[in-house]
Structures are given as structure tokens and as C-alpha cells.
Design a protein around this ligand. Sequence first.
Ligand SMILES: CC(C)(COP(=O)(O)OP(=O)(O)OC[C@H]1O[C@@H](n2cnc3c(N)ncnc32)[C@H](O)[C@@H]1OP(=O)(O)O)[C@@H](O)C(=O)NCCC(=O)NCCS
Length: 171
Amino acid sequence: MLIRNAEPKDVPAILARYNQAVRETTAAWTSREETLDERLTWFEGRMKQDLPVLVAVDETDAVLGFASFGPFRPREGYRLTAEHSVYVDPAAQRRGIGRALLERLMEIANAKNLHVLVGVIDGGNAASIALHEKLGFHVAGRLPEAGTKFGCWLDLVFVAKVLGPMQSPEA
Ligand SMILES: CC(C)(COP(=O)(O)OP(=O)(O)OC[C@H]1O[C@@H](n2cnc3c(N)ncnc32)[C@H](O)[C@@H]1OP(=O)(O)O)[C@@H](O)C(=O)NCCC(=O)NCCS
């Protein structure tokens, strides 16, 4: 397994992974699958902003998972905080891929002098919460019944990690 920067040719596989999660899980709080055009626009937007889109690939270069981060909230005071996401093919889970993707994202965030990484997770997603806690994130808040999907209320859980040494923000 190799982690590398995603290329345009990987976008259909990224889309397939995301749409599988839309159909079958509460990782994304929507039932609307994306189109290839929408994912390509998202990918190009990330590239223009010099934001990472990573893929984990096997020895045949098939995509096993992807991860990315982007702005947490639009106002400029949040510019040193990013929100990330990680998706791994169900057939490839529990093999360290989610961990490897998230560790690489953290390295990139550190290199960009970002200060905080935030994950926004369904409170029932034990796998994602466990992954984040293993990598030093802590549960920073829980909004009970903030969402709904598949006829259930969903709690919104924020996991956060302060990166690097404590530093004063530039003015
Ligand atoms: C969450 C997710 C990314 C984890 O990816 P993964 O490749 O299976 O995780 P890893 O194999 O790297 O696991 C790393 C650690 O996370 C924890 N973990 C992962 N899956 C777990 C599970 N199902 N139950 C409990 N702990 C789990 C474990 O501590 C694990 O370490 P260990 O295997 O040494 O015990 C994956 O389950 C996934 O893609 N889920 C659907 C999409 C999603 O929920 N994304 C997160 C939203 S940001």
C-alpha cells in the first residue's frame, strides 16, 4: 500500500468511494450521490487552493481510500484550522490505511503551519472516533440529534487536535 497525491485519473474512484458511503453509511449526512462533474470541480478547487487530496493505492494502483482537508469555516479567523475527512473501501478496512492517510494529512497540516485539525463525525461511528483517538485527537464536543438519516437521529461529534508546538498566531 502506498499513499500518494491524487491525480485527476483517481477522481472516479474517489467518487465511487464517497457515493458508497452516501448509500450505505452515516459518514456523510446526505442521501444524494455526487456526479463526476461535481467531484472533479471539488478536486480542482482543492488543487487551486494547494490543499491535499491523498489516495491510498495497492500494488496495481487501485484506490483503496482517500483523504483530504479544507477550510473549517469560511471567515478568516478560522484560517489556521482545517476540517479533514478519510474514507477507506470497506473491503480494505482494518489494515492501517485510515491511520496512514490521517498521519500523512497531519504531516501536511504541520508543514503548512496549520494549528488545529477538526473531524466532524457521526457519534455512532465508533471506528472513526477510535481511529482519531488513537492518533491523539480528543472528542471536543457533541451535538445530540443534530442530524438525521435512515430514520434515525444522529449526534454530531467534533474531534480535534492541536498541531505542533503552541505558538502565537500572527497578527
Ligand atoms: C473510519 C475509517 C476511515 C477507518 O479506516 P481503517 O483503514 O479501517 O482504519 P485503520 O485500519 O487504520 O485503523 C486504525 C485504528 O482505528 C481504530 N479502528 C478502526 N476501525 C475500527 C473499528 N471498526 N472498530 C474499532 N476501532 C477501529 C483502531 O484503533 C485501529 O487500530 P488497530 O487496528 O491497531 O486496532 C473507515 O472505517 C471508513 O472509511 N469508514 C467509512 C467512512 C468514515 O466513516 N470516515 C470518517 C469520517 S471523517
